[in-house]
Design a protein around this ligand. Structure first.
Ligand code: PMT
Length: 405
């Protein structure tokens, strides 16, 4: 049982904390989980207790913290079995390299590793360690082994580390881990639905060798295609020219110009339940394409452009229209412009992002979105585009469900 926004849930989360500095973030994780209505019980290794006091977790979870394998106070001294039975999900956060290695080999020499073996519920790990330890072959082998055993690995993220180095190894943020646990990104929330996504830039030719384009890499659109596929949807991707490979099982239509994208999307939209316009479609294209290379003759030259057809607005106007989600890329007044597009184009939802900044937006690995719909809004914090896409897909499915009910 989990909740969409305002339905109370009662999910039992067993949080196992191993000994790393990221243990302090787990305190916030407990708070967030409880805020979402989950019951939380905490298990700590002895090393973890060197970083944060069990009292902190006892106060936040409202339950005693467990650390001993043989706990005389537990029924039949079989604490690990009763805790494992109680849990709807087990999350090890932070999961150190040592803990990951023990779990992957099935060692059970303390409460945490024994619980991992005893657990029959879904297991999640949020690794946290120095970047060199994370990249070490044996750690990567252990991670692969855990994945093949059905464990969901959350993160780690890239960035500054407590040891002073920079790289992959930071534990994912508590909000992100909470989302995984409470909203199950692998849930088949779009099962049976057909999703049409546009991605990448368009190219508007000036002559046989030149064109007008933009900085879109297609990463956001392709990540959405992947997330929709994972959510159980049948996915069609209309893609401008990008250097990416589409996920297997996605039906790809490659286009180059805004006009071609318009034709491709309009021919498919009616047959889909959801349309997500993540492409950066040219707003203007040259009135005519010269058939020969334009020669350098005058000191100044003027291009005459004409407006392209607004694909998103046309989809939203269809009589039998899909749930229509637009993107807004803005360098200023993000909220105002996004709201105008939501209403002006009659969209079901719009995902607005800042562009032209140091991080996020065009051709970045990361992004953040401010999502608006007619009755509400939600901020999806800066994270990599794959995770962001999963969050947006869940939000779309929630809003569709809300609309139907
Ligand atoms: O591809 P990446 O490098 O990963 O970058 C992602 C992104 C920044 C391109 C993406 O997240 C994004 O913001 N895409 C929309 C970019 C854009 O063109 O925004 P806009 O505000 O100009 O357009 C608003 C909406 O209208 C968009 O959904 C766009 O697809 C759509 N549109 C625009 C013009 C047009 N002729 N037809 C359209 O359908």
């Amino acid at each position: 049982m989990f909740k969409f926004q305002d339905v109370t849930i009662n999910k039992h989360i067993l949080l196992a904390i191993s000994g790393g500095i990221a243990a302090y973030k787990s305190a916030e994780l407990v708070r967030l989980l409880r805020k979402q209505g989950a019951q939380v019980r905490v298990v700590m290794t002895h090393a973890a207790m060197q970083f944060v006091s069990p009292l902190t977790f006892q106060a936040l979870s409202g339950n005693p913290v467990h650390s001993e394998l043989l706990d005389a106070d537990e029924e039949h001294a079989m604490g690990h079995i009763s805790l494992a039975r109680w849990a709807d999900a087990l999350i090890i956060a932070p999961a150190t390299a040592n803990t990951l290695a023990k779990c992957s080999y099935g060692l059970a020499d303390d409460l945490l590793s024994t619980l991992y073996l005893a657990a029959t519920c879904p297991v999640y790990v949020a690794p946290a360690m120095n970047q060199a330890m994370w990249h070490k072959t044996v750690t990567q082998e252990n991670i692969q082994k855990l994945k093949s055993h059905g464990v969901t690995v959350i993160g780690p993220e890239q960035g500054d580390q407590a040891c002073g180095e920079t790289g992959f190894g930071r534990m994912s943020e508590p909000e992100e881990i909470c989302r995984y646990l409470m909203f199950e990104p692998t849930t088949q929330c779009l099962s049976g639905l057909k999703v049409l996504i546009s991605a990448g830039p368009t190219r508007e030719p000036l002559d046989p060798v030149r064109y007008i384009t933009n900085r879109s890499s297609g990463k956001m659109g392709y990540a959405l295609a992947n997330a929709a596929l994972k959510a159980g949807a049948k996915v069609t991707l209309v893609s401008g020219p990008v250097a990416l490979t589409a996920p297997i099982n996605v039906d790809v239509v490659n286009v180059e110009t805004a006009a071609q994208m318009h034709t491709a999307v309009m021919s498919k939209a009616e047959d889909h339940d959801i349309y997500i316009g993540a492409a950066a479609v040219a707003d203007y294209s040259p009135v005519m394409m010269e058939m020969q290379k334009i020669k350098k003759q005058t000191e100044q030259s003027t291009l005459t452009l004409q407006k392209t057809k607004d694909i998103l607005a046309e989809v939203a106007q269809m009589t039998k229209r899909p749930f229509t989600v637009g993107f807004a890329a803005e360098t200023h007044d993000l909220e105002q412009y996004a709201q105008n597009k939501l209403v002006g184009k009659n969209l079901d939802m719009i995902a607005a992002n800042w562009v032209g900044r140091d991080i996020g937006g065009f051709d970045s690995e990361q992004n953040a979105l401010h999502v608006f719909w007619k009755q509400g809004q939600k901020t999806l914090a800066m994270t990599n585009k794959n995770q962001l896409a999963e969050q947006l897909i869940r939000l779309i499915s929630e809003r569709m469900e809300h609309r139907t009910t």
